[in-house]
Design a protein around this ligand. Sequence first.
Ligand code: AMP
Length: 285
Amino acid sequence: MKRTSHIPELREIIALEKEKGRKIALVPTMGFLHKGHLSLIEHAKQTDAFVVLSIFVNPLQFGPKEDLSRYPRDLERDARMVEEAGVDVLFHPMVEEMYPRPMVTFVEVSELDTMLCGATRPGHFRGVATVVSKLFHIAQPDMAFFGQKDYQQYKLIERMVIDLNLPIKIYPVPIVREEDGLAMSSRNVLLTSEQRQQAVILSKSLKAAEVSIRAGQRSAQEIERQLRERITLESDGVIDYVEIRDTDDLSKVTDIKRPILLALAVFFGKTRLIDNKVVEVDQDV
Ligand code: AMP
């Protein structure tokens, strides 16, 4: 596996592969990798493309009171993991490489960036869209892989690619979970053991909500109420949001008639966890 922290060197490596007729697949991450990231790599490898994995903890997507300095990092462990997983090139730039001077140019995907996570994290998705655009321009991939764990991020990038006519196919990858159901996240190591145990309520409550919808409940308000009640009663988690949205445009849903996204964000202490579930519904139930 090749590895570089420099943009010109990465461009050279990729240009050589493109000359050979190779397709390029990009897997953007913030590192401290886990099986969720490995699943993105597996999906990318299945396409036979040359796989570029980036590790960059992007300051632009963290608010001033957020956990940028606490964000877990271990580049050497990550490098061993991605080499074993068959990544072709690891790109791990320093902040100065990506932002040599203060940015004045940004990519904003309006509407999609102010709802759900965007409501509590103003500027977060502008930071995400801008850094992903930069990575797209640097690596010029034919395809890029995003986890459904960050469903809103995946939809926002998909929309950005459409709106800006970028010739890049966006592949969503299903959420990878721990054995007890907790969605894998680099932030899980920030939880105390008690918080870690309680955090299982997120996936449990989402499953219960799915069961309730399958049993015929069609009121989004009632499902949201059930989710909130379960999380509040069974944990010390502080709810940021619990919402039911259209899987496609993320608009609010009142009557559950088409596939919906159950989405939630909950604080355990200072650590904010997100999880979601897509529920397909039979139109005539
Ligand atoms: P991050 O390093 O947290 O920025 O995540 C990098 C990519 O991995 C994003 O596309 C995430 O959605 C994806 N990802 C993170 N956790 C998971 C997971 N548990 N399952 C699937 N994809 C994930």
